[in-house]
Design a protein around this ligand. Sequence first.
Ligand SMILES: [Zn+2]
Length: 393
Amino acid sequence: MVIIPPMTASSESIEMLKRLVAFDTTSRNSNLALIDWVRDYLADLGVESQTVYSEDGAKANLYATIGPDDKPGVMLSGHTDVVPVDGQEWDTDPFEIVEKDGRLYGRGTCDMKGFGAVVLALAPEFKRRNLKTPIHLAFSYDEEVGCIGVRRLIDEVQRMDVRPAACIVGEPTEMKVIRAHKGKSSFVCEVRGFECHSSLAHTGVNAVEYGAAVVARLREMAKARRDNGPFDDGYMPPYTTIHTGLMNGGTALNIVPKDCSFEFEWRYLPDDDPAAILKEIQTYVDEELVPEMQAIHPDTGITITEMSDIAGFDTPEDADVTTLAKALAQVNDTSKVSFGTEAGLFNNADIPTIICGPGSIDQAHKPNEFVSLDQLAACEAFLKRLMDRVAKG
Ligand SMILES: [Zn+2]
């Protein structure tokens, strides 16, 4: 009888994860200490890195190639920033890894320094193997605040002579192969009304009420999509969702409010057209609400401003990158998810992309976030299979 020992991660991966988690790279902070450390670590292995800085120089993406630099290879990609721990009840220090019951606890262990740690821990072996096909490492900043940082990196990569042939984004999927996710657009709506005493409400323009009218219309649009589609059963829920998440307005009950603002988003199926959704609400605002407001007072209006857009993506089941990822993960099927990642941006830059990484999205962004040692071990096995392939050709 063969006894298969439980899978556990290498000490190199665990040590690397400890190191990465210790850098407090909450999105509002600089990530340069982490990036500099990674650059030095790779330099010691003889691997040169390229850094692509944010406009103010406070943050950076890192891009490096191991293996031949004149051939397209497989890009392993992840973000270095993490969500805040503010207001969360942690049992341990979020920036110091604690191992307990086969799990490593700490901010970013799952989303998504676990993947980065395994990649970096295996970098010396990738280097030693004299790869025939290169791997590219891509580490970004400001993913958690709208996939901001990676856009500059993608611009840079698109200018390179050799561009990656495929991309694996290591967001937490429990090492399942995800080949599609919804897109997400977010907006702020500002309503400018006209203030007056509430006893003379008919002479004012009530910004809160007009704001509410827009929210109500968004809700109708959401219901229409829920009831009439388009549908894709690969997603939960299988339709585009529209939602208002935050609203402010007014100063006192006896004043007709002059200001109201709120934020809303849609998470759309890759086949749905986000521009058409925006046009629908914008037309309602421009043709029905604003004329009504301006008939009472000309200096009123409604402005909708996009805050972020994260593209969806839908890599075909029979694409080379899907086949590769299924072989590396030793799975026969793929799935789709509703959360957004940088994958859509890579995909839009004509780099075929899938998502596969250790840990579960259920643990992401929460207090006592963790990644299990067997998930890290599964990620190691995945990357070692990749190593065997790219070493051969
Ligand atoms: Zn993430």
